[in-house]
Design a protein around this ligand. Sequence first.
Ligand code: F6R
Length: 609
Amino acid sequence: MCGIFGCVLKEGLAAPLIHSSLKRLEYRGYDSVGVATIRDGKIYLKKDKGKIDEVHRLMNLDDLPGNVGIGHTRWATHGAPLKVNAHPHSDCSGEIVVVHNGIIENFSELKLEMENIGHNFVSKTDTEVIAHLIEERVSKNPELDLVNNVSEAVKRLDGSYAIAVISSKMASKVICARKESPLVLGVSENGVYFASDIPAFLPITNKAVFVEDGEVVELSATGYVIRKIEDLSLVTREPKTVDWSPEMAVKQGYPHFMLKEIHEQPLTLRNTLRLQEHYLDLISTFLDRAQEVFLVACGTSYHACLAASYMFSKLAFLPTYPVYSSEFLEQHGKSVNIDSTILAVSQSGETADTLAAVTCAQQRAATVLGLTNVIGSTLTRVSRVYIGQQSGPEIGVAATKTFTSQLSVLAQLALRLSKKRGKISQDEMDFIAERLERLPDIVESIIQTQEAKIKRIAKKYEGSQIFFFLGRGISTATAYEGRLKLMEIAYVPSIAFPAGESKHGPISLIEKGLPVVFICARDGTRKTLVSNILEMKARGASIISILEEGDEEIKALSDDYVEVPKGIPEVLSPIPFAIPLQLLAYYVTLEKGQNPDTPRNLAKSVTVK
Ligand code: F6R
């Protein structure tokens, strides 16, 4: 996730406006920033790594001439956060300049193709290829206008994009195009603006035009013209008035970042499915060769590791050991060795316990692999190979979208490994891969159809002193995550166990009306899970089940239930089954009159102004 903004003004300088508007998009990415403007047929460009204020202090982002310009604040997906990888990116001549938010899946092939015909690349980004594709189109078709050439160029892109292009040959215009990444226009008396998100221009105008997938837009001082990329046919769309306050706008109208991030999961899961094959292959090759594999993490990331240990075992027959980072030194510090591989999972890539475990493993010559959301974090620097989970910045303190993205990456790794090892049938692999692709839609439908019901369940049980979360098999990890979410934001003491363990002690806590949340994914543990539900029911517990649509047997045993769509393979089940648990924690917290974004004693390193 990155933020883009730009404008064509009738009067005044574009650069200071771009700078202040990018500040309001900084929650979308903050590892590098850049601005490009045009005056008298010449492009002026400043960019560097670092937060906007840091870069501005060094090079004064306001000090660029011209009333037309584009800007970008970056969350690295391809290429480390370095000056060379900061946007805007240019073609060979520096006459065409592009900013981009999204992921170009086929950039390696396109880059090779462009290099073979003489284009010179300087960055490691996927974006740079867009500038060269446009340059190529323009050089072959100089008689066509930029809208036409940009449209033809973007037809070659697989993946997602919201782009803005300026050219020194067309000094008074900006061309934007969109596919699966947000793009919205703002319209005022003094000009037109484009942005990833409304807060960028809200202090200037509340008249917004939403650009849709497959559209290209020409911005000029007289207004905007929207066309279909496919055939350049005209689209008529009038501006709408947005009545959000700036505070609401930054949360896209959601009352809290946590809810916004829960709702973002269909999008983040789509992005996570766009990982570079090359890295998945490399990491799975390391895992394949290892004598022993430790999955090391804290908190929610640990729960992703726990789920992954079932995925690796069931799909690739690879035994792995999930370990809390804080325990790694004591538990394995002496035995880890050159034949060991550590896959460290950390959203931030900066968690001290995880980095300590990594250092210990490195000192003993083990191989360290990383999975993180923050490219450029310490974990990416110390890992032999790392993979970025593509969730975009997480502002809510409680991890939600980053958990499901981690699970998606780990499932993709397990599938790769499975293919290498040939342990399960092709049919089974194809089925799981196909369901993985459908998960973004499945998650979307769970949110759409179940949220109101979960709100009611939260209201009903909000006064409970204690909650139980139980699951069997891979659903144990889901149960642990449900408990963590509820405890950390609603402050409700909660207990999670593999359901089979509950009778070895925890069951003594059960009394009439105590809510027990069962994670009922369809898998080989079903019969025993039903017995566990009956055990709890017999002692008066209130059963809340997260179950598959049409699971009449468990519905009949439940006081309340939430449904997820049918046909989810067990190894993928933590992704959809986690969604109702996130929403439950969120709504119980609201019922208690607390703010889910600011749980006491916990903090994120990023703050949004
Ligand atoms: C829970 C949560 C924490 C983190 C944990 C690890 O909602 O946010 O439990 O999961 O602190 O953080 P990372 O993944 O950044 O290492």
